[in-house]
Design a protein around this ligand. Sequence first.
Ligand SMILES: C[S@@+](CC[C@H](N)C(=O)[O-])C[C@H]1O[C@@H](n2cnc3c(N)ncnc32)[C@H](O)[C@@H]1O
Length: 381
Amino acid sequence: MFDGEVDTWRIGTPEGRWAGFGPYYAMFPVNFARYIISEYSNLGETVIDPFCGRGTTNYVSQVLGRNSYGCELNPVGWLYAKTKVSPARQLGRVLRRIDEVSASQTGGDRDPVNEFQDWAWCPEVLGFINSARRNLDWRTSVVDRTVASLMLVYLHAKLGGGLSNQMRQSKSMAPDYAVRWWKERKMRPPFVDPSKFLKSRAEWRYAKGFSAAHGRSRLYFGDARVGLERYNCELASLILTSPPYLGITNYQYDNWIRLWALGGPELPEWNQKYRYANKETYDALINDVFGALALKSRADAVIVVRTDARKFTLETTAYSMDRVWPHHQLFGRKSKASKPTQTSLFGDKSEKPGEIDLIAIPQGKEPPRGFIDVATCAVIS
Ligand SMILES: C[S@@+](CC[C@H](N)C(=O)[O-])C[C@H]1O[C@@H](n2cnc3c(N)ncnc32)[C@H](O)[C@@H]1O
C-alpha cells in the first residue's frame, strides 16, 4: 500500500467528515497519516506528534485504534485538534450555546474598530464574533471549544462559504492588502446571519455521528519541549510529525484573524521570533524535540518527518534524526506538492518550496515504496 493508493475517507462517513476539520496553513494530508500509521504501528500502540497542528496524526491514530499524544503551541491548531478528537457529544448543547453567544451581544459589539473589520464582516457577524471572544471559555469547556472552533473554521472563506467577505480560508490575509483589494472592487461584506449559518454547519458536521474511536488521544497545549517532558504514558512505537520550517511561516501571522477571534490582538503583530528565522534557535528546537522524543519512544520506533526541501531545514532535521537514532536507517523521498487552492485565491502564484519525507527505520524493517537511502543518495544534496 502506498499513501496515494489509500481510499479517501468519504465525506459521507463520520471519519471523512471530522478528519478534515479545521483549515490550517501547512497541514499535511489525511491519507499520508493513514498510510504511515497503518503501516508502521499496531493496534493499541502509541503514536506521538510533537508539532501536531490541527491534529491529523491524533485523529487518524484514534480512528485506527492507536493511542496518541500531540503537542501544539498555536491556540488555533490546538483548538481544531482538540475538537476533532473529542467534540461535544450532544449537538443540542452546541446549538443552544450558539444562540446564547448571539443573545449575549452588547452595545459596541457590532461596531468595527478598524477598516479591516468594517470590510471583512457585516455588523451581525462582527457582533457575534465579539460576543464569542468575551463569552466562550474554549480552554476548558468542551461545548465552548466546539462552538469556538466551528466559528474559526468559517471565520474567513470564499464569498458564500463562510461568515466573511471574499478571503482565503486557510491563511489570514494581510489587513491592508485585503482592504485595498475589497475597496478596488467595491466589495462590501455580504449579509450573513451568524447563528443560523453556524447552526447549519454544526448540524452538517454532526449528521453522520462520530467514528467509533478506539484509541485515546491526549493533547498538550504549549511548547513540545515541555509537553514531552510531562508525557509519562506508554512509549511510542511511531513518531509522525511535520516541524516548523526555517524562516517560512510563523503560524501566528498566517492565523492572525483566528487568533484575534480567540481574544488576541486586533491587528497582526509581526514578530520575527515566530518565523523560526534564527538558525541557532531553530537547530536547538529540532534537536531538543527529537532528543526528548527518543526518551518517549521505543528502541524499535519508526520516525516519519515531513519537512521542507530547503537545505538548512532539511539538513538540520536529517542530521538530528541520524544523531538521535544512530542505529536506525534514514530514507527519504520528495513528497507531492500541496494543492494550489490554499494560496491562489488572492493571486499568489509564487512557486512553493517542495517538501521531503524522511523516515528513520530500525534495521530489518522495510521503508515505504519510493523512499531512497539518505546516506547513499542525493535526497538532501
Ligand atoms: C508544519 S505544522 C504541522 C501541521 C500538522 N502536521 C497538521 O497537519 O496540521 C508545524 C506546527 O508546529 C507548531 N509548533 C511550532 N513550534 C512549536 C513548539 N515549540 N511546540 C509545539 N508546537 C510547535 C506550529 O504552531 C505548527 O502548528
